[in-house]
Structure formats: structure tokens, C-alpha cells
Design a binder for this molecule. Structure first.
Ligand SMILES: [Zn+2]
Ligand SMILES: [Zn+2]
Length: 178
């Protein structure tokens, strides 16, 4: 697996969007982490015993680390299809990218933001400043599942018995107690 530093350079017309997406991502992740550590675990899981609470803390830190590590992996994994030798002969199913001037395997698409062809390109991700494709889809799934796991505060409150008003009261009470 090849690693690369994202080539979204300052001066690129979309660098501000990438920077804003990155700041947004960091802010939201830190909010989720602090909510879990300071509100969910001490208050909502208050009826758990010591081992249960300790496990929740460890799990939360692990999930957060998993999310950050997968995010970094997603960013530094080279998903581009370039500098590769053409097979001889070039299979009939292969395409040709006019911009990159290379023959490309099936299901390769050119990204006009990365300025490269990407194998099994899904979309360009502004949060990781890279294209989601064949080589980093595993890390992307890791990020997605970790984010879902980090929202357990919301799930835990949402699945409490009672109507929305009562649930809101629980949240307000917790915030008051902080
Ligand atoms: Zn291309
Ligand atoms: Zn891209």
C-alpha cells in the first residue's frame, strides 16, 4: 500500500472548503468525545457498576482512537491510479483518461479535485482531503462505524421510556448538574 500526503495545496481553488471541512470534523468529534466522557457515562450510565463504567470509558477512548486513526489512514492512502505500467496488450474493457493520458482499468473515474484517476472512485471526501476509492474504502468504513458508535449518548437518551418532553427534561437536568 502506497502512502502519500494529500496534494490539495494552498492556492488550490477548493483549499478553503477542505480546511473548513477538517475544522468541522475535529470540532464535532471533540464534542462527541466530551459528551461521552463528561455527560453520558457519568450520568446516563450511572446505574452501571464500577467495571461497567470503566469498560464504557475504555470503549469510548478506543472508538475515538479508531476513528482518528482510520481518518488519518484514509487521508494518507494513495487512491490514485497513476504512474502504472500499461499491460500489453491493453484489455478491451479498459478505458482511457484524456486528462491523465493513461489507460485505466474498468470502474476508474477521474477526479477533477485530486487531478487524478481513482480506482473504483466513490466520491471526493472533503473531510479527508482525498478521494474515497478501492484502496481506502476500508478506512472510510472504519470512520463511519466509529462515528455511529460515538453517537451512543443520543441513542441512549432516545431509547429511554417517556415522551420527548420527558427526554428533554433528562438532558436539561444533566446539563444543570454539570
Ligand atoms: Zn484521469
Ligand atoms: Zn478526489
Amino acid at each position: 500500500m502506497a502512502f502519500h500526503i494529500p496534494h490539495i495545496a494552498l492556492g488550490d481553488k477548493l483549499w478553503l472548503l477542505h480546511a473548513a471541512a477538517f475544522v468541522y470534523y475535529i470540532t464535532v468529534s471533540v464534542i462527541f468525545l466530551t459528551t461521552d466522557l463528561y455527560i453520558t457515562i457519568p450520568h446516563i450510565y450511572a446505574d452501571y457498576d464500577f467495571t461497567g463504567i470503566l469498560l464504557r470509558y475504555l470503549l469510548t477512548v478506543y472508538i475515538f482512537f479508531n476513528m482518528v486513526a482510520n481518518h488519518v489512514l484514509c487521508t494518507i492512502t494513495d487512491t490514485t491510479y497513476r504512474n502504472r505500467e500499461d499491460p500489453d496488450p491493453v484489455p478491451r474493457a479498459w478505458g482511457h483518461c484524456m486528462t491523465c493520458q493513461v489507460h485505466t482499468p474498468p470502474r476508474t473515474w477521474h477526479c477533477s479535485i485530486c487531478h487524478n484517476c481513482v480506482l473504483r472512485r466513490d466520491h471526493h471526501c472533503f473531510f479527508t482531503a482525498s478521494c474515497v476509492g478501492h484502496h481506502n474504502q476500508r478506512s472510510v468504513n472504519g470512520v463511519y462505524t466509529s462515528i455511529v458508535a460515538m453517537t451512543d449518548s443520543i441513542q441512549k437518551i432516545a431509547t429511554r421510556p417517556g415522551n420527548i418532553g420527558q427526554k428533554a427534561q433528562v438532558v436539561l437536568q444533566i446539563l444543570k448538574d454539570l
